[in-house]
Structure formats: C-alpha cells, structure tokens
Write a protein that binds this ligand. Structure first.
Ligand code: PMP
Length: 318
C-alpha cells in the first residue's frame, strides 16, 4: 500500500514556487491547533496528448465552496487556482501525480475567532499510486462497517472538505486497519449508509446502480458524479436513495469511488462476500470507462480533462 509521501521539488505558495522543505507553518497556526484548513485532492493522468488534470475546474469550485462555508476569504478565483495547479505540475515535470490544494488559516489569532490569522494557499504535487493497495483495483478490497459514525448534518458541514473533519475519517480508517480491513463504510446518525473514510460507496443490484443519497453526512464526491454520469451514458439505471445497512450485504456488487481510490471493487463487507466475492461485471465496466476518461483514451465528451501544458496550435498546412 502506498502510504509514504514521495517529495517533489517545488510547491506553489500564494503565487511563488518554493522548495518542498520550505513549505512550513507555525505550530500555533489555526490550521494546526484547530484543523482550520480546507483542501482538495486531485489527480493528473498521463494521456496521449500529454499530462492532463481530471475535473480540475470542479475541484477548484469545491475548494471555493469549502472556503465560503468556513468564511475563508480566498484571494484567488477558480481560474487563478486552475492556472496555479497547472504551473506547479509543469514545474515539477510530473506526468502523473496527485495534487493537494490547501487553503489554511495561519499564525495570528489565539482563540476561536480566526480574524487576524492570515490565509495561506498551497498547491502540492507528488506521485501517488493506488490508494487502497497495489492489487485493489483488480482484486477488490475487504472492508467492514465502522463502529464510528459520520457526523450529523449541521454539525460538521460534510460538503465542505475541511481538514478538521478528517479526525473522524482517521478514527474510521485506523479501526478498520487495526482489525485487518483495507477500509470501512461508515453509517450516518440515523443508522443508514453514508460513505467510506475518504470514498463514496456504490452498490449494484439486478443491474442497477444504487448510491446513498446526498443527506448532509457525506462528501459530494466528484468521482461519484463522474461514475453516475458514465453509468447513465452507458444506459445503466442509477438510483440515489436511502441505503439501509443490510442492503450492502445483499447487493450483487459494491465499490468505492474517490480521486485517490478511483473505482475500487469491494469483495466483502464484515467478512460476508459481496455477490461472488470478487469484482463484478458492472463494477469492472464502470472502472474501465472511468479510467479511460481520466487517461484520455475515449472522447472527452464532458470536458473533464485540462491539459497541464497549453496545446500547441496546429500550424497551417504547407
Ligand atoms: N468522501 C470523503 C470523505 C472524501 O475525503 C473523498 C475524497 N475527496 C470522497 C468522498 C470522494 O471524493 P472525490 O471523488 O471528489 O475525490
């Protein structure tokens, strides 16, 4: 499992490129003390037309939304963030990488009112392989239902991707790993299915795709939206609905979606095999199609790819 961070040379910070090791914050920054930062995880893929970033504008829009929810005064519009992201990937000469965009509250205020702490924006890139293990995309993963639940709506705003929320995600993940599972599915406060520690959940039953609805307990994943779009493009029925826990065990197939996890089949939950206990045909079809879109192997019908470098204009014939 690729858990180790591989350093790149440069990090974008508020308009400048700074060496990786110089991207430091003070221990009294509100981001460190109270988890006051919002972020995005984005992937850049090698495509036949050079490196391209998957759904970059959508990620930067969500970063803006997270700032809005947390009253963070972000100095950059979506286009400026898009340009910054492209420039740091180009500067690090990376063909495939993960991008972490972070907006944090720095050093200044001491208490809960953050006025007086500067806002700092970073774009960090590093090569990152399959999140849930080398064989996960092919073989699938064994997961459990967590004993930790996701927060109630109107507590931590789940649609904001804020660092502080991930203390809950770490509890979910650490318990799962301690018990020998790759990941866990967490329930919401009402006991119905919410999501993984860093992934959305999909089920397949009788050929139809079932996705837990947006209920204020889970993040509205961009991969989730991509896979729903792809499924509908392929003529597969998609139902967003309340999912009771037991529906997981009786599904024919299950899989996780996320930028880091991509489309990862789930082969068992709480040691109960899902379907025949390996990646099912609908999961495989959606996974293949998702990766084909991300890698630029099929027409970019939804304009999901942003090239890292400006395409060279075609020269006139002759
Ligand atoms: N839920 C949580 C809690 C996450 O952290 C992530 C990863 N960002 C997801 C779902 C999947 O979101 P996305 O597809 O936008 O990466």
């Amino acid at each position: 499992m690729s858990t180790q961070l591989v350093e790149s040379e440069w990090i974008w910070k508020d308009g400048d490129m700074i060496p990786w090791r110089e991207a430091q914050v003070h221990v009294m920054s509100l981001a460190v003390q109270f988890g006051s930062s919002v972020f995005e995880g984005i992937r850049c893929y090698e495509t036949p037309n050079g490196p391209a970033i998957f759904r970059l504008h959508d990620h930067m829009r969500r970063l803006h939304d997270s700032c809005r929810i947390y009253r963070i005064d972000l100095s950059y519009d979506v286009d400026a963030l898009v340009a910054a992201c492209r420039s740091v990937i180009a500067r690090n000469a990376l063909k495939e990488c993960y991008v972490r965009a972070t907006v944090l509250r720095g050093y200044g205020a001491a208490g809960m009112n953050p006025v007086g702490s500067p806002i700092e924006t970073y774009m960090i890139t590093w090569p990152w392989g399959t999140y849930l293990g080398a064989d996960a995309l092919e073989q699938g993963v064994d997961v459990c239902v967590s004993s930790w639940q996701r927060p109630e709506p109107n507590t931590y705003p789940s649609n904001a991707k804020a660092a502080g929320h991930y203390t809950n995600a770490q509890l979910i993940k650490m318990e799962a790993v301690a018990n020998g599972y790759a990941e866990a599915i967490a329930l919401g406060p009402g006991g119905t299915v919410s999501e993984g520690s860093g992934q959305n959940l999909f089920l397949v039953r009788s050929g139809a795709v079932v996705v837990p609805q947006t209920d204020g307990t889970s993040l509205l994943g961009i991969t989730r939206d991509s896979v729903i779009t792809i499924a509908r493009d392929l003529g597969i029925e998609v139902r967003e609905q309340t999912v009771p826990r037991e529906m997981i065990y009786t599904s024919d197939e299950a899989f996780f979606t996320g930028t880091a996890s991509e489309v990862t089949p789930i082969r068992s939950v709480d040691k109960i095999p899902i379907g025949v206990g390996r990646a099912g045909p609908v999961t495989k079809q959606l996974q293949r199609r998702y990766l084909a879109h991300a890698r630029g192997e099929v027409a970019d019908a939804h304009a999901w790819l942003t090239p890292v470098q400006e395409p060279v204009p075609a020269t006139a014939a002759g």
